[in-house]
Design a protein around this ligand. Structure first.
Ligand code: TXA
Ligand code: MG
Length: 335
């Protein structure tokens, strides 16, 4: 069942009870909805993998209510990590550090490292405080599919299988946290996300970028699984190929009015040729990346539900949040 917005103190207390007893609860964060379980309860963690259909080589992010709660989970908190935590927590930044003995291997999928973050959402923070244990929480969607930014999205995909969904309204940021690994000399960006890379580099210097998602990694266990080439994907074929987009919009070839093909457009700003598409989602008429990000996954879901043959997506400027959105588009387009 889903609770009302915002969840009452009684509902939050019930959610915390369920989690302490090994249950699984979906909760809002500023990025996307998470599917939470006690990070210390391996049976509850196993249920999270099962409900999501998530492969066991894909580690979970452990959520805590503050930096002091993160320290016992890691062996060291190197200086760049401290700087980042001080500046960006609570917020959409996940730090990957060497794990301590406290963190079960299942939470990290056998990795010697653990991903930790402090979410910037009053419901998530209150739930973490009330539960009193760290919560491992992947995004509350089926593995590889579109991420959930409302409680209704969670209900559609996972509703029957989980104990409770806390409804905190639509997620403010709308794309997952940025994941940075800080276990080697040089920090590595494992996933672009809600905290812009430029702001991270201003604080700690150069960050190594991941290789482009052109092919399957030779051994998926060695890469960050969020870097799998196909991810965040609608059922409808999606293309970011400009040539194909031009053809689809031309009305003279495979699509357009009078054509049997139904083509939708995911546009950043208002396109000149929107009349040529069966359905158009404009993410930000004013060209504001923050607004576009907050609408991105919902718009993709609407297009996916519209019975289209093809979704054509425009790419975003490759800076700030645009980098995270382009990353999600490339993976959604990968076949
Ligand atoms: O914004 C978010 O991060 C959301 C909310 C719910 O907090 N969570 C989320 O979780 O996106 P998930 O499971 O969908 O993505 C976690 C990402 C994956 O790419 C995973 O591979 C990576 O973090 N990750 C987790 N632990 C890791 C580790 N020890 N080493 C490398 N990558 C790790
Ligand atoms: Mg996910």
């Amino acid at each position: 069942m889903t609770t009302s917005i915002p969840p009452s103190p009684g509902e939050l207390a019930r959610a915390a009870d369920i989690l302490r007893q090994g249950g699984v609860v979906a909760f809002p964060t500023e990025t996307v909805y998470g599917l939470g379980a006690s990070a210390f309860d391996v049976e509850a963690l196993a249920r999270v993998f099962e409900v999501k259909g998530r492969p066991l080589f894909d580690p979970l992010i452990v959520h805590v209510p503050g930096i002091d709660h993160a320290r016992p989970l890691v062996r060291q908190f190197p200086e760049p990590a401290q700087k980042l935590a001080a500046r960006f927590w609570p917020g959409p930044l996940t730090l990957v550090l060497h794990k301590s003995m406290l963190v079960p291997d299942l939470a990290t999928a056998g990795c010697p490292t653990v991903a930790v973050r402090v979410p910037d959402h009053p419901v998530a923070l209150e739930l973490l405080r009330l539960t009193g244990v760290p919560l491992a929480a992947p995004s509350a969607n089926l593995f590889g599919r579109i991420s959930p930014t409302t409680a209704a999205h969670v209900r559609e995909q996972l509703g029957e299988q989980i104990d409770l969904i806390l409804d905190g309204g639509p997620c403010r940021v709308g794309v997952e946290s940025t994941v940075v690994q800080l276990t080697e000399n040089r920090p590595v960006l494992l996933r672009p996300g809600g905290t812009p890379l430029e702001e991270i580099e201003t604080l700690i210097g150069p960050v190594e970028l991941p290789a482009p998602a052109a092919s399957e990694p030779a051994n998926p266990g060695l890469a960050s699984p969020g870097t799998l080439p196909r991810h965040y994907a609608p059922h409808t074929p999606l293309t970011i190929d400009r040539h194909q987009a031009a053809e689809a919009g031309s009305g003279t070839s495979t699509a357009g009015p009078g054509s049997p093909w139904r083509v939708g457009l995911l546009a950043f700003t208002a396109p000149a040729d929107s009349g040529r598409f069966h359905q158009v989602e404009i993410l930000s008429p004013a060209g504001d990346l923050r607004e576009a990000t907050s609408r991105f996954f919902s718009a993709l879901r609407r297009l996916d539900a519209a019975g289209l043959d093809l979704i054509v997506a425009e790419t975003f400027p490759e800076h700030g949040l645009g980098r995270a959105l382009n990353d999600r588009l490339r993976r959604a387009a990968h076949r």
